[in-house]
Design a protein around this ligand. Sequence first.
Ligand SMILES: NC(=O)c1ccc[n+]([C@@H]2O[C@H](COP(=O)([O-])OP(=O)(O)OC[C@H]3O[C@@H](n4cnc5c(N)ncnc54)[C@H](OP(=O)(O)O)[C@@H]3O)[C@@H](O)[C@H]2O)c1
Length: 328
Amino acid sequence: MFALITSGVLALSFVLAAVLKYKFIAKKKSLLGRHVLVTGGSSGIGKCIALEAAKIGANVTIVARNESRLLSALEEIKGQCLNNDQKFKYLSVDLAGDYSMVKTTLNIAINEMGPLYLFINCAGMAICGTLEEVSTNDIMKMINTNLISTIQATKAIVDEMKQNGFGSIVITSSLASFCGIYGLSVYSATKFALRGFAEALSMETKSFGVKVTLALPPDTDTPGYANESKDKPIETLLISATAKLFTPEEVGRKILQDTLNGCFFSTVGLEGHMMTISCAGMAPYTSYLELICQVFCGGILRLITVYYQYLFDKIIEKCKLEREHKKI
Ligand SMILES: NC(=O)c1ccc[n+]([C@@H]2O[C@H](COP(=O)([O-])OP(=O)(O)OC[C@H]3O[C@@H](n4cnc5c(N)ncnc54)[C@H](OP(=O)(O)O)[C@@H]3O)[C@@H](O)[C@H]2O)c1
């Protein structure tokens, strides 16, 4: 019975979210001849966003550290272009490193490829393990890659975007920014922080015509995900298994669409939509319908999150008992 009510409410929320997305939000803009820069564009979700942007006519710059991966990703992206006038470029820089290098690199992109229309922060990583298991070195790596690189890269371009009076900035967080998950304590902390960053940035840039989108990918089958999964505690694996694993193509496509539609939240799938409604807080709303949906569905969705918390606690308790049993 409870499961039936849950599915009913979830289906209702999903339908409402879909209506919001496709019917009431402004029409998708063209990217013909526009400059789209994607950090982390050599792999996974970032590469798929760059591919989608190339398909609809954008001039694309990708930024990451490893040059050979950048080069091969750029060839793939060029292969998807809409016409021969499009320009493509890659730039190698450690976005978590020296700020003056980050600024110089992004200035090169703007000077050669034109003013930024979309600036997409997608560089990021996760190292799994409970807090006592993760080394201090890995803690700093996550903070630097997820938080510092996004803040530095955005700081380097935001003034120019505000002066231009147009454009969108994407901050790639995670569904783990709504829901701290076992084995992802430090990762969740960096992604929660990015949510605050995106909300405040949106307030700072809105009156200048610059929009901010907070991308909240669910588990997505990327090289980064494969890498982090190697060290996942069994609890994290079992909790992850309660939700669907998405492809980077569907997530990348959705982030680009939502950004062009001016949405603040961008997510994919039932859990994602449920969480953006139930955890909206004081985040900017994209339309009155979205707001109404958050106001009227928030309470019941909170109840459903309690049900998920109960399931996750059960998983964690079972794993703890099994571990203790093995010790004996
Ligand atoms: N995959 C998922 O399940 C998932 C779920 C939620 C959120 N996310 C978020 O989505 C984003 C993309 O994830 P992904 O799975 O697609 O990752 P990925 O396949 O590992 O790609 C990460 C990209 O970031 C670049 N990068 C990393 N550190 C960098 C640095 N310091 N400076 C410049 N570039 C850097 C990497 O290139 P180099 O190593 O060559 O620099 C690579 O291009 C991340 O922010 C991640 O946290 C992913």
